[in-house]
Write a protein that binds this ligand. Structure first.
Ligand code: SAH
Ligand code: SF4
Length: 360
């Protein structure tokens, strides 16, 4: 251990400022970013188009850290789960979900989650800590490294462990790095950030970045949503749907609403009717997610027939509704319920309404 800081723990703005302070010519900045993020350099040595003196100076001040995958688990349907151990021995997971056209990586933003949604395994763990922007971006880089040269990650969804907008600054910086032309250079419409409904952060996020937004709705009345997604007690359906209406759309043209179907809880035609009413005036599509049961889960997956009836009701009324099959079920790898096999170190924390700081 050298004790030098990891260069990738700097934001793009900080790294730019450092190079400026050193008197490095402007065009070199992009070269450094590209080596770090596009060429995934393991050392400053290999940055062959930089001068020897700049390489030496970088090495005097920084190291290039890389996160390594500790375990890979392959599911029968082609989904692969990648487990990482962080420097403080905490662990996180990412899931790679392939289909014909895409390789979608589902990434985590926190160790655990404070939102305490009653149907989510991650929610039972409470929040241990936020991930840094480096730990978020490095999931993409490390999985890319592990699957190269056979495949390339094309899409990234922030739907793993944690509530992205509860780790706002690090998530914003990570998205910047994913879409920056000089960094990972993913297209803006290939990156989706999902939220359980942190209204003020959602609007702020929309002003800063125009990647895609997904909102986990799952309940169609406040009574129901207060229990399922307790952050609803702070930002109720009226506030959430208004925020969706006010969301700056630019090029992202619609919001995806995720709706996890829970048997006998939110799977009736009455729910479908209320859902349609809620979506009025919002350019949207709905992703219906069959509930992924886990040992001790307090809810059940609804019957396939109920799910298709729900979907048909929406489709017949011109609401685009896809059923998002829970891929990777045999490795408990479906998005939103990662860290399944982590030893439950802490008792679940209280309801989100009490655990979320008043400033949120
Ligand atoms: N925290 C963010 C993103 C991660 S959760 C959010 O809540 O939006 C990603 C999705 O998985 C959410 O829509 C969530 O409702 C869903 N989910 C959580 N647990 C699930 C389970 N056991 N089965 C199916 N979907 C689940
Ligand atoms: Fe957190 Fe999302 Fe799970 Fe809710 S559904 S507890 S916000 S990870």
């Amino acid at each position: 251990m050298t004790g030098l800081p990891n260069i990738k723990s700097l934001t793009l703005a900080q790294l730019t400022q450092t190079l400026k302070d050193w008197g490095v010519e402007g065009y070199r900045f992009d070269q450094v970013f590209r080596w770090l993020y596009q060429k995934d350099a393991a050392s400053f040595e290999e940055m062959s188009n930089l001068s020897k003196s700049l390489r030496a100076k970088l090495a005097e001040h920084f190291v290039i850290e890389r996160m390594t995958v500790t375990t890979v688990r392959q599911s029968e349907d082609g989904t692969r789960k990648f487990l990482f151990q962080l420097s403080d021995k905490e662990s996180i997971e990412s899931v790679l979900i392939p289909n014909e056209e895409r390789q979608t990586l589902c990434i985590s933003t926190q160790v655990g989650c404070a939102m305490a949604c009653s149907f989510c395994l991650t929610g039972t763990l409470g929040l241990t800590r936020n991930l840094s922007h480096y730990e978020i971006v490095e999931q993409v880089m490390a999985v890319q490294r592990a699957v190269a040269p056979d495949s390339r990650i094309t899409n990234v969804v922030y739907m793993g462990m944690g509530e992205p907008l509860h780790n706002f600054d690090n998530v914003v910086e990570s998205v910047r790095l994913l879409i920056d032309e000089q960094a990972l250079n993913l297209s803006k419409n290939k990156v989706t950030v999902s939220t359980s409904g942190l209204v003020p952060q959602m609007l702020k996020f929309g002003e800063l970045l125009d990647v895609k937004l997904a909102v986990s709705l799952t309940g169609t009345t406040d009574e129901m949503r207060d229990v399922l997604i307790p952050v609803n007690r702070k930002y109720d359906l009226k506030a959430l749907m208004q925020a969706c209406r006010d969301y700056p759309m630019k090029r992202r043209n619609r919001i995806t609403f995720e709706y996890t179907l829970l048997k006998g809880v939110n799977d009736s035609i009455e729910d479908a009717k209320r859902l349609i009413k809620l979506l009025e005036g919002i350019p949207s599509k709905v992703n219906l997610i069959p509930f992924n049961e886990y040992p001790g889960s307090p809810y059940q997956r609804c019957e396939d027939a109920t799910m298709f009836r729900f979907q048909k009701y929406l489709l017949d009324r011109h609401i685009q509704a896809n059923i998002r099959t829970s891929r990777g079920r045999d490795i408990l790898g479906a998005c939103g319920q990662l860290k399944a096999e982590m030893e439950r170190k802490r008792p679940p924390k209280g309801r989100a309404a009490e655990t979320i700081p008043a400033s949120m």
